[in-house]
Each structure stands twice: as structure tokens, then as C-alpha cells.
Design a protein around this ligand. Structure first.
Ligand SMILES: Cc1cc2nc3c(=O)[nH]c(=O)nc-3n(C[C@H](O)[C@H](O)[C@H](O)COP(=O)(O)OP(=O)(O)OC[C@H]3O[C@@H](n4cnc5c(N)ncnc54)[C@H](O)[C@@H]3O)c2cc1C
Length: 536
């Protein structure tokens, strides 16, 4: 029963049940996207067919020799619990009993055991899928075996320690399997924080963050995850590889950057050395409204180019703002709407700014906001966003039960092309889905451009829901890839996995793909590491 939350509704093992969606919100949604056909609840584990393990006795015995028999799991429930990640398609496949299941789950305890597992897998020619929190939304942990006869999910949950801390240099080494909240707890005992808070924070792991070049909500202050990585320890089929000895280096190309973002295709990150920061003395979140997307992006660009971004800077477009207000409902929201209309905001865009003690220019930032005509609502809105920021994933299962197709996608582009890209993606999604609700926000801004994050809600096609989303996703990806050259990146932080692999060459070129293939051939000559991901 231990993995139950992965198979069914739970977002976390301890009480992360699906959240309800208020009836007023359901009615609003029906008006916007049309008739919904509720689907059957998730089938019990026993109703999902799990084929017998193809591991074989010899391999199973050798794996048990590497990690102990108690840590090689061939039980169907355990295997089903690591059958893919958390994209809408993953959830649909699990609901319909069509998930691809690994032949075994292997749980090593440390770097040495990970290395021994890889040696066994090379010897028996078994594919290996590194498995952190399993929150990939791009097929990164799909149990694909490629040409191999069997595949294991290499679950890193037992690499859950703070390996070492150097408070003078402010560097902590964490095991790859440490989850977001545990990282903060372990570092907090020493007065430090990582400050990496993606929406998947509660489940995702240090190894997963590094392997996918994740970006957290406070990336404007703390940086993207890759900015925090000062070194890595990687177990590869060719042996151990350690990278990162000094704060900066000119010793050839940055191979650490090759390991970070390699999505388990080169080896297994077992330990990650990370820059840490003192826990902030206070945090302050505030909410504002700006009139229209163009003014909003102009404002965020000005802040980014003047060094005045708050540590969390998040601008919602009119569509996302409208949904936030509609889902909240209630007297307070009605009063807020009236206030915004009295202030002549015809297309309100919500702006959340959070100061975590890194940006020291709050007063200057507020002065720019005042000058741009932004309406300041204050701490209640900012704090309410902060408290509710992990609620989204919990509502997904409920929305799916109601018959909603619900998924997200993301990209990034230069400021000069950002609005064009947003429009191209909106048009592509509308063309594929009819009358969807499309929400978009900027949550990561840079001097030269910003990310765009879309959430899509549509009435689910009961006949072929998988195909419905594949069509929409393909249309959006084709819009990003552009007719002659990319309008943006195929992924700003979700990574490539299986879903974006067809678009990688368009972004990094044929030579770029060959360089990656050559690197893989050097460390993984028999191709056991994460088949089908990144390079397709
Ligand atoms: C609701 C939701 C919200 C999300 N929000 C964000 C967000 O705000 N920001 C963001 O960046 N992402 C977000 N994601 C995407 C996802 O959480 C990230 O990609 C995260 O970094 C994955 O971490 P994980 O531990 O779950 O990795 P997994 O999903 O287990 O693995 C991801 C990939 O990394 C590989 N991998 C995992 N661990 C290792 C390792 N130790 N060594 C080598 N390879 C490894 C896997 O094989 C796979 O290819 C979200 C996902 C969900 C479902």
C-alpha cells in the first residue's frame, strides 16, 4: 500500500488527497468550455493489468546482491507506482489501465550501490530509468525499454541525506533523493535555505531538479536550479564521474552543465553540491493589478532590465486573472472587481511580487510600479497566492473526474518576440481544442526575455482523450518551433523527456544532437540509460 498515492489521487504520501473544486467554479467552467462528461473514478490497482516481470532470475539475483533482496521490488503495485510521471497523458493512461510498467523497482542506498546496480544492468543488458519524485510532465520517467528485454525503475528515495555542509563557502551536498521539503528542513537546521520552490516542490527531488534544469517560483531571486549547482557526482555505466571543484573555472567547456539537464541519459546523479543562502529574516508578498498584457510585460521587462525584479515575480495574463477571480468568487472578489473597474482597469492582469530577502530594492520597485499605473492591492492578495500556490496539482484529479482535459505547457522567448509567441500558442491551442480556457503567466524573467507558462482547460473528448491532447500539444509545439526557426525554446523548465524530443534538433541543430549522442556513447556505450528520452 505504500505507493498508493502515486497510483491514485494523492499528491503526497501523507494526506495529499485531491482538492475539491467549488460548485460555482464548475458551473463557470461548463459555461466556458461546454458540456462535460464525468469519467469513472480511478480504477483500483487490481483492475490495472500488470504483465509479469521480464527481469529473469539471474538479473534479479545480481540486483539483490547489489542492494539487498528487500530493495528489489517486483510486486505489481510497486511497479505500477513507478509507471510514468504526472503529465495529463500519464494520468489518463493510468486511469485507463494502459500505463507501461517497469519490470522491477530497485532502491539503492548510496552512490556505491547505484554504481553496482549499473554494472549489473550493463552485464544483463537491462534498461535503467532514474526515478526521483516521478513528477516529470514530459514522459521523463516513462518505463521505456528501447531494444532491451527488461527495464528497471531506479528509485533514488533512499539517497535522502545531507551528505556534507561547508558553511564558510555556503555549499551543501545533498543526496539525489532528497525531496524539496526535506532539503529545506535539513538545511534549515544549519540556518540555510536553497530557495528552490517549484510547484512540484512537495514531491520532486534534488536529483530530478538537477537532471531537468528546473526553475522554482523564486527564480528571479535565487536563480534557476542549475545556477545553484556547484558540483555533481554521477554514476555512469563507465564508472563514477565527479565534476565541480571551484566556484568558477576556465578548464575547458563546462562539463558540469552537460551532466545537469542530461535527464538520466548519461548516468545517475547521486549527490549534488549546491550553493545555499541564509534563511531570510522575513518574507513579504504583495499583489497588484496592471491594465492589459502589453503594459504588464513592459513593466516586468523594465524591472528585469533595471535589476529591480522581486525574488518572486509573476504576471498573469487577462485569461488567467479572470479564472483566478472566477474560481475565488465570494464577496471580497466582487468588491475587488468593482474597485478595479473604478480604477479603469479594463483588462486586469494580476502581478504577484514576493521579497525573500534577496532583492534589496523594494522601494525602487514600488516606485516603478506606481509610475506605470499599477494598482496596489497589498499583502492580503500576495499572501493568499503564497498559501494557495501548491493547490493546483491537487485539483487536477477532481477536474479530470468531472470530464475536463487539463494540462500545462511552457516555453521562453526574448522580450521582442514574447507577445507574438503567446499569440501563436493561443491560436494553435484554440484551433486544436475548439473553445478552451487558456491561461498564461510569466513567472521567470530575465534581462533579455521571459518564460510563458500556459494552463489549458477544455471539455474532454470522451472517445479519444489521448489523441485530443496529443493534437493540441503538437499544434502548440509546432507554433513554438516556428516555420523556419524557433520562436522560443521547446522547454524553459519541464525538460525534453519523450514529448519534446522530436523538437530538440530544431533548437540545438543536427550537430548539437550529434555532440549529445557522442557524449552518451562515451559514458553509456550499450545504451542502457533512460532509452527514448532527450534524444528520442
Ligand atoms: C504539478 C506539477 C508542477 C510542476 N511545477 C514545476 C515548476 O514549477 N518548475 C519546474 O521546473 N518543474 C515543474 N514541474 C516538473 C517537474 O516537477 C520537474 O521536472 C522536477 O524537476 C522533476 O523532479 P523529480 O524528482 O520528480 O524527477 P523525476 O520526474 O523523477 O525525473 C525527471 C527526469 O530526471 C531524471 N532523473 C531523476 N532523478 C535523477 C537522478 N538522480 N539522476 C539522473 N537523472 C534523474 C528522470 O529519469 C527523468 O528523466 C512540475 C510538475 C508537476 C507535476
Amino acid at each position: 500500500m505504500v505507493m498508493d498515492h502515486r497510483i491514485r489521487h494523492g499528491w503526497t504520501p501523507d494526506g495529499g488527497a485531491a482538492a475539491s473544486v467549488p460548485p460555482s467554479a464548475v458551473n463557470w467552467l461548463r459555461e466556458r468550455i461546454g458540456t462535460l462528461t464525468p469519467s469513472a473514478a480511478v480504477p483500483p490497482g487490481s483492475a490495472i493489468a500488470v504483465p509479469p516481470s521480464a527481469l529473469g532470475e539471474a538479473a534479479s539475483g545480481d540486483l539483490a546482491g547489489a542492494v539487498g533482496a528487500a530493495h528489489v521490488l517486483e510486486d505489481p503495485r510497486e511497479r505500477l507506482g513507478r509507471a510514468g510521471g504526472l503529465s495529463y497523458l500519464d494520468l489518463l493512461r493510468r486511469r485507463s489501465g494502459k500505463a507501461t510498467v517497469p519490470d522491477a523497482v530497485v532502491l539503492p542506498a548510496d552512490s556505491g550501490e547505484v554504481q553496482r546496480v549499473l554494472e549489473v544492468c550493463v552485464a544483463h543488458d537491462i534498461a535503467v530509468v532514474p526515478f526521483g519524485g516521478g513528477t516529470s510532465v514530459v514522459g521523463g520517467v516513462a518505463a521505456l525499454r528501447g531494444p532491451k528485454h527488461a527495464v528497471i525503475a531506479l528509485d533514488l528515495a533512499r539517497l535522502d541525506r545531507l551528505v556534507s555542509i561547508d558553511p564558510v563557502s555556503r555549499i551543501a551536498v545533498l543526496g539525489a533523493g532528497v525531496r524539496g521539503p526535506d532539503a529545506e528542513r535539513l538545511l534549515g537546521e544549519h540556518g540555510f535555505t536553497l530557495g528552490h520552490v517549484p510547484q512540484s516542490f512537495e514531491r520532486a527531488t534534488i536529483g530530478g531538479f538537477a537532471a531537468t534544469r528546473s526553475a522554482g517560483q523564486a527564480s528571479s531571486g535565487y536563480g534557476r536550479f542549475e545556477d545553484m549547482v556547484t558540483g555533481v557526482r554521477l554514476a555512469t555505466p563507465r564508472g563514477q564521474w565527479r565534476l565541480g571543484v571551484a566556484p568558477a573555472s576556465a578548464a575547458g567547456p563546462d562539463l558540469r552543465a552537460l551532466a545537469v539537464g542530461s535527464e538520466g541519459t548519461l548516468g545517475v546523479l547521486t549527490e549534488v553540491a549546491l550553493r545555499v543562502r541564509p534563511v531570510p529574516e522575513s518574507r513579504r508578498y504583495e499583489g497588484f493589478f496592471v491594465d492589459g498584457w502589453d503594459r504588464g510585460t513592459e513593466l516586468v521587462r523594465t524591472l528585469a532590465q533595471s535589476g529591480l525584479l522581486a525574488d518572486v515575480t509573476r504576471l498573469s495574463d487577462p485569461g488567467e486573472t479572470e479564472v483566478s477571480l472566477a474560481l475565488n468568487g465570494g464577496l471580497k472578489t466582487r468588491l475587488l472587481r468593482r474597485y478595479l473597474s473604478a480604477r479603469h482597469l479594463s483588462e486586469p492582469c494580476m502581478l504577484i511580487l514576493g521579497w525573500e530577502g534577496l532583492s534589496r530594492h523594494r522601494k525602487e520597485t514600488l516606485a516603478v510600479l506606481r509610475k506605470s499605473g499599477a494598482v496596489r492591492i497589498g499583502r492580503s492578495l500576495g499572501e493568499s497566492w503564497r498559501h494557495g500556490r501548491f493547490a493546483g496539482p491537487r485539483q487536477r484529479d477532481t477536474l479530470m473526474d468531472l470530464g475536463v482535459c487539463v494540462e500545462t505547457l511552457e516555453t521562453a522567448a526574448r522580450w521582442s518576440g514574447l507577445t507574438r509567441l503567446r499569440e501563436a500558442i493561443r491560436a494553435a491551442l484554440t484551433g486544436a481544442l475548439g473553445t478552451p480556457v487558456i491561461m498564461c503567466h510569466i513567472s521567470h524573467a530575465y534581462e533579455t526575455g521571459a518564460s510563458l507558462y500556459f494552463t489549458v482547460l477544455a471539455a474532454r473528448d470522451g472517445a479519444d482523450p489521448v489523441r485530443q491532447w496529443q493534437r493540441a500539444k503538437h499544434a502548440a509545439s509546432a507554433a513554438i518551433a516556428g516555420a523556419d526557426r524557433p520562436l522560443g525554446t521547446i522547454s524553459h523548465h519541464h525538460a525534453v523527456g519523450v514529448d519534446h524530443a522530436p523538437y530538440l534538433e530544431g533548437e540545438i541543430g543536427r550537430v548539437g544532437v550529434e555532440v549529445l549522442r557522442a557524449a552518451k556513447a562515451a559514458v553509456d556505450p550499450t545504451g542502457i540509460m533512460n532509452p527514448g528520452k532527450l534524444l528520442g
